[in-house]
Design a protein around this ligand. Structure first.
Ligand code: ADP
Length: 548
């Protein structure tokens, strides 16, 4: 609606350039540190800004123009950080490539995005080399290394540091339209073939503001922030941009993402905030419980990507005083959608009640709207009971997949994005994911949430991991099967009985898994989520005995 009167404000474009400049001007001496083996590399925001300028100048010389896609094939490092800023602020598009995807998907993604150059970490060259002959649009490969260029079969190779060293860094950053594309990322493909999302400067700018708020991730200048979520997964959940905007000290773990590495980094760098998927923190928990680390600096951890088990949230709080901020999001949402911040009137609730709330996926930050819909397209109430398809909209939600015909099914006629998740929302606005539509067990006309079953099973003290999948059933259509990993030396028969005891307290009989299979490890996706596609394939011919 136009009311006939325009506001009298400046036509100021919301782009990443002022975010980059602000850190350089206000916090020039604060550091961006990266772990490489035994050394901790350090660069200040002022130096980083200059290097971003050198990068932009070097890319111009290589022929990169406005809108060109620039691929990155890299761990979380200060150079990847420079690409996150230097590329979009010169007018091109930084395209983060998920280095853990299978070769055929990577080839598809790079050709589909038409990347012109790819920046690759020296340690990852061997992964990229076999793909290169099939990459149709890539003109240059730029290797990020400290020393000499390694031997490689990649064509048209340059050294990142040599390219930068040849430039002054005095770069006149261009004025960019806020709706221009800044970055690109494909979904991690948990349920199907990856889909591409092109983020505008405006979307990222607004998302950066949203996630930094006190009631969201609560980032502030004194924070020492370690993004463990890979920079190739959903734009590292916005942490690179938000951490820079507020001037945090940034710690990048490089390729060191195992539990012991992370425990050492939290202790030595006095990290206050870190973020990543639940499987990482389950691994870290074991290391912390077994070892002698001081992680008292750590205040909070945004955890999402898949459901954070209630038992894990409880263990971090009770044993280490760390608040897990359960978060839900999607690549399509830049990516944060909800966070489980507690409201002030809940402060005197019992610990258990607060834990119940923290185990939900949370409330929306400003800039995200959500609703749940039934199968007939009717909106469902926020009563904590009704479950339906979760739909969202907002300035940081994609309006389209990049050149993908699946876009047509992903949006409603009135402009909402269909998430493919089923959820409930309680009267306080806390959203709880019931399941992905594709993972729900459809049993005799009812739904069984695999997420809720897994969460409860992982509450058993001898259970390390649990994934529940739907198995075809002659009478009920589908029934749940639990695949469980137990700790070393646990008695499986006892654990099985214990799990059924636990579940019987929370679930109706018809919701219980028909059986429990003990497995060595739950297969994981490229970003560490439980890979139920693989599990379903493994149990394809599984026969569940017909029950009453
Ligand atoms: P992919 O769909 O390929 O896994 P994304 O990483 O963008 O790609 O995943 C988004 C999906 O991850 C959401 O739609 C949801 O199903 C799941 N997800 C994200 N965070 C959570 C969470 N906290 N709890 C449960 N599921 C989550």
């Amino acid at each position: 609606m136009i009311n006939g009167l325009s506001g009298t404000m400046m036509d100021y474009q919301l782009t990443l350039t002022p975010i980059m400049k602000r850190a350089m001007q206000l916090y020039p001496n604060k550091e961006i540190r990266t772990k490489f083996g035994d050394t901790m590399h350090k660069v200040t925001y002022a130096e980083s800004y200059r290097r971003c300028g050198q990068l932009a100048q070097a890319l111009k010389k290589l022929g990169i123009e406005d809108g060109d896609r620039v691929g990155t094939f890299a761990w979380n490092t200060y150079r990847h950080h420079e690409l996150y800023f230097g590329v979009p602020c010169m007018g091109a598009v930084v395209h983060t490539l998920n280095l853990r995807l299978p070769a055929d998907q990577l080839i598809f993604i790079i050709n589909h995005a038409e990347d012109k150059v790819i920046f690759v970490d020296d340690t990852l060259i061997k992964l990229l080399e076999p793909l290169a002959p099939q990459l149709k649009t890539v003109k240059h490969y730029i290797v990020m290394t400290h020393g000499e260029l390694p031997e490689t079969s990649l064509p048209n190779v340059h050294s990142y540091e040599e390219l930068l060293a040849a430039e002054s860094g005095d770069y006149g950053w261009p004025e960019i339209d806020e709706n221009a594309a800044a970055a690109m990322c494909y979904t991690s493909g948990t349920t199907g073939h990856p889909k591409g999302v092109l983020y505008s400067h405006r979307a990222i700018y607004l998302h950066t503001m949203m996630v930094s708020l006190t009631d969201a991730m609560g980032l502030a200048e004194p924070d020492i922030l370690m993004p463990v979520v890979p920079m190739f997964h959903a734009m590292a959940w916005g942490l690179v941009y938000a951490g820079t905007m507020v001037g945090c000290t940034l710690i990048y773990p490089g390729p060191h993402m195992q539990g012991a590495d992370l425990a050492g980094l939290i202790q030595d760098e006095k990290i206050t905030v870190t973020a990543g998927v639940p499987t990482l923190w389950l691994g870290l928990l074991q290391v912390l419980e077994a070892g002698d680390y001081n992680i008292s600096s750590l205040q909070r951890m945004p955890v999402g990507g898949s459901a954070a088990p209630r038992s894990m949230i409880k263990a971090y709080k009770e044993k280490f005083g760390v608040d897990i901020l359960h978060a839900w999001g999607m690549t399509e949402m830049t990516p944060v959608g909800t966070l489980s911040a507690i409201k002030s009137h809940m402060a005197d609730w019992s610990d258990e009640a607060k834990l119940d709330l923290r185990a939900k996926q949370g409330i929306t930050p400003p800039g995200v709207e959500m609703r749940i819909m039934d199968v007939n397209g009717e909106e469902l109430p926020w009563d904590g009971e009704a479950m339906g398809e979760l739909q969202v909209r907002g300035p940081a939600v994609t309006a389209d997949y990049y050149k993908d015909e699946r876009s047509a099914d992903s949006f409603t006629e009135d402009g909402w994005f269909r998430t493919g998740d089923v959820s409930s929302i309680d009267s306080e606005g806390y959203m709880q994911i019931v399941d992905r539509t594709k993972d729900l067990v459809k049993s005799g006309g009812e739904w069984i949430s695999t997420v809720e079953l897994e969460n409860a099973i992982m509450g058993h003290e001898d259970v390390m991991e649990a994934a529940v999948i739907a198995i075809p059933h002659p009478k009920w259509q589908e029934r749940p099967l639990a695949c469980v990993v137990v700790s070393d030396g646990a008695d499986k028969a006892q654990v099985k009985a214990g799990i059924y005891d636990l579940l019987s307290k929370e679930f109706a009989k018809w919701q219980l898994p028909d059986d429990i299979e003990f497995i060595a490890e739950v297969p994981k996706t490229s970003v560490g989520k439980f890979d139920k596609k693989v599990l379903r394939k493994q149990y394809e011919g599984y026969q569940i005995a017909e029950t009453e």
